[in-house]
Design a protein around this ligand. Structure first.
Ligand code: NAG
Ligand code: NAG
Ligand code: NAG
Ligand code: NAG
Length: 416
């Protein structure tokens, strides 16, 4: 029988992905392949970038970036956006991965799913933060899927799942009363009922540790290992560390200082996004250059000063494609809401997770918050703690090889 073209296409896609998801098409979650195409908005975006007026000279020359993004930095990024940035090329590179959508609890959940050829591969859920997206993990996916060895010589590979948090890029905005605990429940459904895994490991960074730690703590039958580079607990100031007799190495002292700096002069965004996300969101909704100033400042100030060189792919192009993705998907406002929806997202009281599953932690020198091993072990079954001299708040982009190596250690402790 002759199939109409669209039916034929759906059929062809179905067979391509047959091995990836056998339930495709018949799933109550309407699991479907997804491909990024935001091309229709690019011309308008570039036009807005071009017509946005910026001051000719800084109002207060010589202050550098100490009072926020430097005008010259913003101008140079804008110039690159207009002259050499190529959305089509970025979109093609994002589409090299297998993207899907599923409908869970009335939300569209977008995710990348890359399977290992090893039947014993560990399912690994990678959770991004703000102002991140699934882009934070693109440099680590291919290698995690390959079979490698842990430090003890155990064979290890992963099936990698990278969802967009609700309200971020292609995942639909959740209701106003939504919290990271709800996201954890939805992602648990994604891993088990939608994708068919009975157990899995989770990794989280930044606000991704909200749902990441909730999975570890509240879904202890399915979440059988966790690796974090951030924790949903407010770090301690030096006097509080001292009161606990926690002493720091020179590297740890540096990292503690990075936290103090974030806490004293770098956390204004946190308060604004937690309290008035609408004002900020609407103010910058239709201005890509505005979103670039707000988001770009974070990528720059939260990363290793060597970002974009050596093993780091966090260069200006990465910032521009991240901001373009937020802008073109119209998700800037809903991304901000995660702060307002989770007023206790970073707890001040340290409590232990209800699980015996192993927890691994990696610190990166230029991250904006710091937890020494003695604090990390208060909140979970800490089995491995590593500290890295290079990288900052975006390890997947800044030091992908260290993140890959540390994630592979999940294999050392994986028992289920
Ligand atoms: C993307 O969408 C545009 C219309 O907005 C269409 O012209 C183009 O062919 C699409 N590209 C792909 C690769 O599907
Ligand atoms: C959250 O809001 C939705 C409507 O958007 C409502 O159906 C649901 O009951 C609310 N949940 C709670 C816990 O209040
Ligand atoms: C810290 O060390 C001092 C001196 O050894 C001791 O008196 C105090 O109880 C310790 N405090 C904690 C919280 O362990
Ligand atoms: C999971 O959590 C429940 C509730 O706190 C607890 O009773 C149970 O022992 C935990 N299971 C594991 C395997 O840690």
């Amino acid at each position: 029988m002759f199939l109409p073209f669209s039916r034929y296409l759906a059929f062809a896609l179905l067979s391509i992905h047959e091995t990836v998801c056998t339930e495709l098409g018949t799933s109550p979650f309407n699991l479907r392949p997804f491909s990024i195409n935001l091309s229709s908005g690019v011309r308008t975006m570039l036009n807005k970038i071009k017509t946005t007026e910026l001051p000719h000279f800084p109002e207060y020359p010589g202050v550098g970036s100490s009072f926020g993004i430097d005008l010259n930095t913003l101008k140079s990024l804008r110039k690159e956006w207009l002259t050499s940035f190529d959305w089509g090329k970025e979109q093609d590179s994002m589409n090299q991965f297998n993207h899907f959508e599923a409908t869970i609890e009335d939300l569209t959940i977008h995710f990348i799913h890359e399977k290992s050829s090893d039947p014993d591969a560990i399912p690994l859920l990678l959770l991004h933060g703000w102002p991140g997206s699934f882009l934070e993990f693109l440099p680590v996916i291919d290698q995690l899927v390959q079979t490698a060895t842990t430090s003890l010589g155990k064979s290890i590979s992963f099936d990698v799942i990278v969802p967009s948090l609700p309200g971020f890029v292609f995942s639909s905005p959740p209701p106003a009363n939504w919290t990271v605990h709800d996201t954890a429940r939805v992602f648990n459904t994604l891993m088990t009922d939608v994708l068919g895994y009975s157990t899995f490991a989770v990794h989280g960074t930044d606000f991704g540790v909200g749902p990441g730690y909730a999975l570890y703590d509240e879904f202890n039958k399915t979440t059988r290992a966790a690796h974090f580079v951030f924790l949903p607990f407010y770090p301690l100031k030096p006097d509080a560390l001292q009161a606990l007799n926690i002493t720091l190495s020179p590297l740890e002292k540096f990292e503690e200082q990075e936290f103090i700096q974030w806490d004293s002069s770098g956390s204004g965004y946190f308060l604004e996004q937690s309290t008035k996300p609408n004002t900020l969101g609407l103010a910058l909704y239709d201005t890509p250059v505005g979103q670039l100033a707000w988001i770009g400042e974070k990528f720059i100030s939260w990363s290793d000063p060597h970002a974009g060189t050596g093993g780091s792919v966090l260069d200006s192009n990465e910032i521009l494609r991240s901001v373009s993705l937020y802008y073109l998907t119209r998700s800037f406002i809903s991304s901000l809401y995660i702060y307002a929806q989770n007023p206790h997202g970073f707890a001040t009281e340290y409590t232990k997770a209800h699980t015996n599953a192993p927890m691994l932690f990696s610190a990166f020198k230029y991250n904006v918050a710091f937890w020494p091993p003695a604090l990390a072990e208060k909140v979970g079954n800490l089995v491995l703690y590593r500290n890295h001299e290079s990288g900052g708040h975006f390890p997947g982009l800044e030091n992908p090889s260290a993140l890959i190596e540390d994630l592979r250690e999940i294999g050392t402790y994986w028992t289920t």
